[in-house]
Write a protein that binds this ligand. Sequence first.
Ligand code: NAD
Length: 447
Amino acid sequence: MVEFKEVKIPEGDLIQYKDGKLIIGDRPIIGRLRGDGIGLDISPVMENVVNAAIEKSYGGARAIAWCPLYAGLEGLQHYGSEFPEETVDAIRHLKIAIKGPFTTPIGEETHVCLNCAHQQDHGGTCDNCGHDDSVCPRFRSINVRFRQHLDLFACVRPIRYFEGVPAPNKYADKVDFIIFRENTEDVYAGYDFERGSETALAIIELIKERTGRQIRPDSGIGIKPISTFGTERLVRKALQWAVDHDLPSVTLVHKGNIMKFTEGSFAKWGYELAEREFGDKTISEKRLWNEYDGKMPEGKILVKDRIADSIFQQIQTRPDEYSVLALPNLNGDYMSDAAIALVGGLGLGPGANMSDEIGLFEATHGTAPKYTGMDKVNPGSLILSAVMMLDYMGWSEAAELIIKGMEQSIRDAEVTYDLARLMNREGREGVNELSCSGFGQAIIDRM
Ligand code: NAD
């Protein structure tokens, strides 16, 4: 039994990982990190909605044993650290957790207040909110550190439309795909060297020596590693998702026309993996045309590739042709935000960061500090992340109930201020603006 100091593991079933599969009992223990700012508002609403859906689906035969874990402001309060090691160990131990957003310092100031996100040049009392136990020295992003410490290599973002949400895209109702973004490599891997630094100059020299080509000496240098290992584990996850959810295609997105040995290899290795490990379940687009005259054989998943710039157009013009997208890190980042805008914005965008063993589900928006504690914001992103989590656990009946409740609430225009504002702007009648918890209740009432 692993011993923790602050974490109290509740009675329940520890989730196990055996032979590549999660084993989940009827009382799984799941980590819950409330997050900073509006995390405190949305987290309890998510928990209520999830508990209600499970109760309605399984009538007491199943329940989640929630295990409070602490980071951000709560980390500071419990451990004196915004990123406690024990929390990382606990997530590793529990295997599934769900979290709200965390404050990340963005300016030059030396300190940040985790209560209101204000940044200042001294510790002690916050100049903005007056709290005297929430200011700490600036730190690196908590979200990024979770990903790195737990090697959460896949950032997974389902993108779908909810009827009634004002969306800018004419074909928004045809949008229903899921993005798998590689999380650890590419130009985001952190090999970024300042102009004039010893490393930047040495790399410039090496390139000249090996290729005869001259990079301007006053250049900053970034390195873009894309490995077979990193690509394969990401594409494997995307393919497995398509298999598990009976989806028609997986699209490898890349910029291999320009970057042959990084982006191009991503697509090549992806195809090879599909053939090698999923050969009986998939068919490549090339084979589809060469051998089947373009007619999809029954029960197969189509594996295709698209150049990154063209896919940004196609998700707008022909979104229904895509169901699973797998991308390297940088383009995956852009794609995740661009795609959610198609269907009306971040308020309803769920997400998760995953390894093979661990799933950390999360709201995709930030801490919106000006709304903290007002019971006002939209809890949809975190609730839909919980839907993803239930699906991942195989509790799809509860997941579907929540979706049903949310779809009906939005159809009835019983929504939080952000959606109400958009609906009113479109001239929709009978819009009822609800609080954060009110929206949660409206979902429960319609399950
Ligand atoms: P933000 O997402 O907090 O806010 C952007 C806009 O969206 C604001 O107008 C906000 O009021 C609105 N908004 C956000 N969530 C909403 C919700 N659930 N319902 C209705 N409206 C909502 O982004 P920001 O202001 O750039 O960042 C604030 C803090 O959050 C920063 O410290 C930032 O680093 C952090 N952040 C954290 C995460 C994360 O933990 N995953 C993501 C983004 C930003």
